[in-house]
Write a protein that binds this ligand. Structure first.
Ligand code: ATP
Ligand code: MG
Length: 423
């Protein structure tokens, strides 16, 4: 039997890959405008990094990591997300000492999670994410959210919903935590075993449980919003004010939570409410994590970021039937007739490419008619026809495929003429 692709992974072939390239290009261009700079970290890290930063109690660490022991007996994990590595590098490379602050980074690359594959959920997927480290100005929260929204909007998505929440600071979260324990404790027996163990460790994560989401105690659970102290409330209000200034529409969802202690203040998700998008509607998740840098051995440093996958972005584009502006056409196809002319196209093609034209010729000894068909398939804007006779006369025939217009051009000025036509 032939070997097949592993479950939950994909081959992205020409014809599809152009969409990926376009999204990636847009993301990079936006980062340039917003002044986020790329960081590339290893695809594997010491397992402990994720245990500490993503957190021992999360699904990612408990159930989804690709962990193995390497030949040196170290526990290694294929990265399941990008924040951990980014913050590790930030601490290790002492970026807190950089002259330019805050440090604004972005990453793009494959992540690995052992999940049950389904639409929009893969075992290898590509995440694009940003992190802004070193500022606790609510304006940067709004900036980060606006960057994510802008990417989707520039790609042509319309059916987007941004939900935000505040998890407050330590004091607010502790007060909320006590209230949650008081709320769930009397009837915790009715909840799943995960929730039972979350009650003391991390009661906020009960609100995030997919199994018990319809339990009546969920709806009536104490909302973090009611436990925000003055400082946290004012921070949250500023984030909202700045979002409005950036023309970003949002809804507040007090049930949007993140379990880990180092998450605080802003949490957000961008969802697609396009019809037919299916069960998975979250495109992007992010939030503030003012305790993470310290958790990984660095100085106390505020941070905020988001992560989104290209796979879900593509699924949303498909659900909204957005046609991406992909250009598949080439500038020039060289058709040749006769041996000498064919040989000469080797040189000519090289000159075309040096001059910046995407160009192609035949490599299968095809008849002239078939070469023209190939030119069509490449959607060539120009077809240049060179026969042995033309070559002798130092001429070449140039056809503009859009207008049908044909011009006989002196061979030495061919590139120049084509450049003129292309302007
Ligand atoms: P979900 O609730 O869908 O499992 P998550 O909370 O695990 O999402 P995050 O860890 O916040 O997701 O990752 C951020 C983003 O990465 C998600 O919003 C989604 O776009 C994408 N993502 C996460 N897991 C996958 C996956 N297995 N396949 C494709 N994209 C994914
Ligand atoms: Mg998940």
């Amino acid at each position: 039997m032939s070997i097949q692709i592993p479950r939950g992974t994909q081959d992205i072939l020409p014809g599809q890959v152009e969409k990926w390239q376009l999204i990636e290009k847009k993301a990079r261009e936006l980062c340039e405008k917003y002044q986020y700079h790329e960081i590339r970290t290893p695809i594997f890290e010491h397992t402990e990094l994720f245990q500490r930063s993503v957190g021992d109690t999360t699904d990612i660490v408990q159930k989804e990591m690709y962990t193995f022991t390497d030949r040196g007996d170290r526990s290694i994990t294929l990265r399941p997300e990008g924040t951990a590595s980014t913050v590790r590098a930030y601490v290790e490379k002492k970026m807190f000492g950089n002259a330019t602050q805050p440090v604004k980074l972005y990453y793009m690359g494959p992540m690995f999670r052992y999940e049950r594959p389904q639409a929009g959920r893969f075992r290898q997927f590509v995440q694009f994410g940003v992190e802004a480290l070193g500022s606790s100005d609510p304006a940067i929260d709004a900036e980060v959210i606006s960057l994510a929204m802008s990417l989707y909007q520039e790609l042509g998505l319309k059916k987007l919903k941004l939900v935000i929440n505040s998890l407050g600071d330590k004091e607010s979260r502790n007060a909320h935590r006590e209230a949650l324990i008081g709320h769930f404790q009397p009837r915790i027996g009715e909840f799943c075993s995960d929730c039972q163990s979350r009650l003391e460790k991390n009661p906020m994560r009960i609100l995030d449980c997919k199994q018990d989401r319809n339990h009546e105690l969920m709806q009536s659970a104490p909302s973090i919003i009611d436990y925000l102290n003055d400082e946290s409330r004012s921070y949250f209000e500023k984030v909202q004010k700045y979002l409005t200034a950036l023309d970003v529409e949002f809804e507040i969802d007090p049930n949007l939570v993140r379990g880990l202690d180092y998450y605080n203040h802003t949490a957000f998700e961008i969802m697609s409410n396009a019809e037919g998008f299916g069960a998975i509607t979250t495109l992007c998740g992010g939030g503030r994590y003012n305790g993470l840098v310290e958790e990984l051995g660095g100085p106390e440093t505020p941070g905020i970021g988001f992560a989104m996958s290209i796979e879900r972005c593509l699924a949303a584009l498909e659900a909204e039937k957005v046609e991406l502006p992909l250009s598949e056409s080439i500038d020039c196809y060289l058709v040749s007739l006769g041996e000498e002319a064919k040989d000469y196209t080797v040189t000519l093609l090289h000159q075309l490419r040096k001059a910046g034209f995407s160009s192609e010729r035949d490599y299968l000894d095809r008849k002239i008619k078939t070469q023209f068909k190939a030119a069509d398939r490449h959607q060539a804007k120009f077809v240049a026809v060179l026969g042995d006779d033309e070559l002798k006369a130092n001429k070449i025939n140039l056809k503009n495929m859009a207008t049908g217009e044909q011009t006989e051009v002196d061979l030495p000025s061919f590139i120049e003429t084509l450049s003129g036509f292309c302007k």
